[in-house]
Design a binder for this molecule. Structure first.
Ligand code: ATP
Ligand code: ZN
Length: 817
């Protein structure tokens, strides 16, 4: 009998690829094992076995596999089901999901990499169609592999195209040899067994009486072994004996010591739990009981608890219950910034049972964690992670917690799969028949709507822990302050008064400004010219610290200009302001105090956030200026005052969620104030103090905000009432995007009539030299989502089969908000 396997390849192919296997292989292989398979003419891929069957493919002759790479599956059956759901719901391929899910080190081999030749400018006219496609693709991705070319060009023999591009000096080749996974090894030493003979040891020590340091090291080794009864690490030995590594090396060279290596897991916490979880107060206790109660009827419950109500402690109790049954828990959080404090808190309670999964970890660390989760190791019983942790091979998931569920960073925008981690996590939990708890002080409208619809349970905590009052929020009318000359730069007299007071009492201050850099627009006062990014349709932001103009879309930067590029005038004016400017002004007003900044520019690098958060906790910083990074659930003990420098740019953002988002951001950042025993104070500076949202923020009135916003969503057919799918077309050529988008929208209108908006250029319509145009599909509640997607896929296929449009990149984004 003939045997076949369907394989997921890590490339965006619509269908799985079928390979033939021998009977022996069919007995050994299982879904979820990796195989190396030939694809096209040139290369070998690592693919994942999806299923095993006896159906010969109709359209092509199945090739044989090259090699089986695993002894046992590295993914689980539930995981493959989950990936299928993601691919189907978010309209992407299983290959896209595979690539997002597996740590890189699972898929690698030495491969040829193609990159753009940055030293050479190529005119599009000089490239033939296929060459252009490849060159174009290198705008999106800094490098491509042979396999990518095969899928881009949809043909096996891609070498002629590569050669042509090499001839034109448009690309360069590079042989990237991937580092294979190596477990981290730790160096140990022990006494050479020859000295287990006491007489020999005696004479050795006598011999070494002239080398007292070496003798010391030996004695220290004895004492450590006696105490710990465990192998002795070189690092521990050198620390305890205060001996340099040369001395230890000398002893090894003399064959007094033997060195050896033991593999050590790098992920996970080595310490033990050192704290009992806290006793809940009445509000928390009540919430916990209610959550358990709602779980009897609902698979999903929303915990709406005001900031600092102690939601985390409630999660901890739930986690304790679940891990006692031996099951795993996934604790999802929006961003790494949060983890420092939370990891410490959870590790104190759960010790080595907590593993953290985050994007800044190396491939090696991810590899280890993957196996720990797959093998249901105790150290991976609680997974704390950002969105990509929904892809791990859970063995027996008992509970999912989504903390700060309103955060938009749960949504992946690029590349595919463009999934929402909260929603995908709910599906994941349901595959295990488990529950999901969503938590937030400012729930997303969609989750609250689901509560109102009876889909989710709801539990509320309205009191802060310790019964501290919610912060007192004051709106400061800066139009009036400007008129009456009561502004010092961007600081109103009220803000300065409150800051002075807080600092005098030894409290800390947070200043929030939702823009980084010094000023977003530099404008010539003579001719009005503002420097623009050469790749994007956006003005450059001035960063004073580096004296640079930077593009926040593509990263382009150039030195700050002394004179206007257009007219040569030296009178350049800064418009708008960012965190850098706030920091500088605060420092001038409060020269005696330490002012620091937390934004994308100051938190790069693996420990960027941690350093700033720790310094603030340790009170090395008095005033912390930051962007929305500051809003994500941080728990600082000594912050009394929060200043929101300008509420208006958030409120006026051109997006249907701008009001909801502003409400969430402002309440979250306000929530950082007064978390211990003294009531906090918040000042919001605005030109528009009568704005409904500001009124609702200042009275902490979520219910009213919800009713008004939902009303608007009803009136204008927006989510959560209607669903949205955004289709973005991208191309270097303005006309291609324009004509293509018209075609696409017209085709969609024939199916969906009035529910198509656009095509429209977004506010920034050119990014990295690509023109963008968007089409929005609104899906009424009664319309089938499945059928809608089928119809879109059909239009998409016809679009891409038109020769002229083939090079246009089409991005489908489901639930794009
Ligand atoms: N039962 C308790 N006993 C002692 N301390 C507690 C208890 N519950 C909460 N706390 C403390 O109160 C503070 C606020 O709690 P927590 O950070 O869990 O609030 P939260 O609801 O998650 O807030 P946010 O939504 O702002 O992130 C923390 O420092 C926490 O240690
Ligand atoms: Zn740019």
């Amino acid at each position: 009998m003939l045997h076949y396997i369907d394989v997921i390849l890590p490339i965006p192919l619509e269908k799985l690829f079928t390979y033939s296997i021998t009977t022996a292989e069919s007995e050994f292989l299982k879904p979820g094992m990796r195989v190396a398979v030939p694809f096209g003419k040139s290369k070998i891929y690592t693919g994942l076995v999806f299923n095993i069957h006896q159906q010969k493919p109709v359209a092509y002759d199945a090739k044989e596999i090259h090699q089986i790479l695993d002894e046992a599956p590295i993914t689980t059956a539930n995981q493959l089901k989950h990936w299928q759901w993601i691919a189907q719901y978010y309209m992407c391929t299983l290959g896209d999901v595979l690539r997002a899910a597996l740590p890189n080190s699972f898929l690698l081999e030495s491969e040829t990499i193609i990159t753009k030749n940055l030293d050479k400018t190529i005119n599009d006219e000089d490239l033939k169609d296929e060459e252009f496609l490849v060159y174009e693709a290198l705008h999106h991705q800094s490098s491509l592999k042979i396999q990518d070319l095969i899928s881009i060009l949809d043909k096996k023999n891609v070498f002629p195209v590569i050669n042509a591009l090499l001839d034109k000096d448009a690309i360069v080749l590079q042989e990237e040899v991937y580092e294979k996974y190596k477990p981290k090894l730790v160096r140990y030493v022990k006494l050479n067994p020859r000295y287990s003979d006491p007489a020999k040891l005696q004479s050795l020590l006598e011999e070494l009486s002239r080398a007292p340091k070496q003798r010391d090291v030996i004695m220290t080794l004895f004492s450590i072994s006696a105490q710990t009864k465990k192998p002795v690490k070189v690092s521990d030995l050198s620390e305890a004996s205060e001996a340099s590594s040369t001395i230890i090396k000398t002893l090894i060279d003399k064959e007094v010591f033997e060195e050896y290596y033991i593999q050590e897991d790098r992920v996970g916490y080595s310490g033990d739990a050192n704290e009992d979880s806290k006793t809940l107060n009445n509000h928390q206790e009540k919430a916990l009981t209610e959550i358990k109660h709602t779980f009897e009827q609902h698979n999903i419950t929303l915990l709406h608890g005001v900031t600092s109500s102690g939601k985390t402690e409630v999660y901890v109790k739930l986690i304790e219950d679940v891990i006692a049954t031996g099951k795993q828990v996934l604790y999802l959080l929006p961003e790494i910034a949060l983890t420092t404090q939370l990891v410490t808190r959870l590790e104190n309670y759960f010790g080595g049972k907590v593993s953290v999964y985050h994007s800044k970890y190396s491939a090696h660390e991810r590899f280890e964690l993957w196996h720990n989760v797959l093998e249901n190791q105790p150290k991976a019983q609680i997974i704390l992670g950002a969105r990509s942790s929904i892809f791990l091979p859970y063995h027996d998931l008992g509970l999912v917690i989504v903390d700060e569920e309103h955060e938009t960073s749960f949504k992946q925008f690029d590349p595919a799969p463009r999934y929402h981690a909260r929603d995908a996590a709910i599906v994941l939990a349901s595959l295990f028949d488990s529950k999901t708890l969503l938590g937030s002080a400012t729930p997303s409208l969609e989750s609250y709507y689901n509560v109102q619809q009876g889909k989710y349970g709801l539990v509320e905590i309205t009191q802060r822990f310790n019964d501290v009052l919610m912060p007192d929020i004051e709106l400061v009318d800066i139009q009036d302050k400007h008129k009456r000359k009561r502004m010092n730069g961007h600081f109103s007299d009220r803000l300065i008064e409150e800051m002075t007071e807080a600092l005098k009492e030894g409290h800390q201050i947070i200043l929030f400004q939702n823009r980084r850099g010094f000023s977003p627009i530099v404008e010539c006062t003579t001719c009005g010219h503002a420097p623009q990014c050469s790749n994007c349709d956006v003005s450059l932001t001035y960063h004073q610290y580096k004296n640079e103009l930077r593009c926040h879309y593509c990263g382009y930067y150039t030195a700050m200009q002394k004179t206007c590029m257009a007219c040569g005038s030296v009178e350049l004016d800064n418009k708008g302001f960012g965190t850098e400017q706030v920091q500088e002004e605060a420092q001038v007003i409060f020269p005696e105090h330490k002012v620091a900044r937390m934004d994308l520019d100051t938190t790069r690098g693996k420990f960027g956030y941690e350093k700033i958060i720790r310094a603030f906790e340790e009170k090395e910083i008095d005033i912390l200026v930051g962007t929305q990074m500051l809003t994500k659930g941080l728990d600082f003990r000594n912050v009394k005052l929060v200043g929101i420098m300008n509420a208006d740019n958030m409120l006026n953002f051109p997006d249907f969620r701008a009001h909801e988002r502003s409400f969430q951001l402002m309440l979250q950042v306000s929530g950082r104030a007064g978390r211990t025993d003294e009531r906090g104070k918040v000042l919001i500076q605005t030109y528009n103090p009568h704005h409904r949202i500001l009124q609702q923020v200042s009275t902490n009135n979520y219910a009213e905000m919800y009713v008004e916003q939902i009303d608007e969503r009803h009136n204008f057919n927006y989510p959560p009432i209607y669903r949205l799918i955004k289709i973005t077309l991208k191309h270097r050529d303005f006309n291609k995007v324009n004509i293509g988008a018209e075609w696409y929208a017209t085709a969609l209108r024939q199916v969906f009539k009035n529910y198509i908006l656009g095509p429209e250029f977004p506010p920034v319509s050119r990014i990295r030299n690509q023109f963008h145009k968007n089409i929005l599909i609104k899906i009424p509640p009664q319309q089938s989502l499945g059928k809608t997607k089928k119809a879109i896929a059909k239009v998409n296929n016809s679009f891409l089969s038109i020769k002229d449009f083939r090079s246009v990149r089409v991005i489908l984004n489901i639930d794009n908000y």
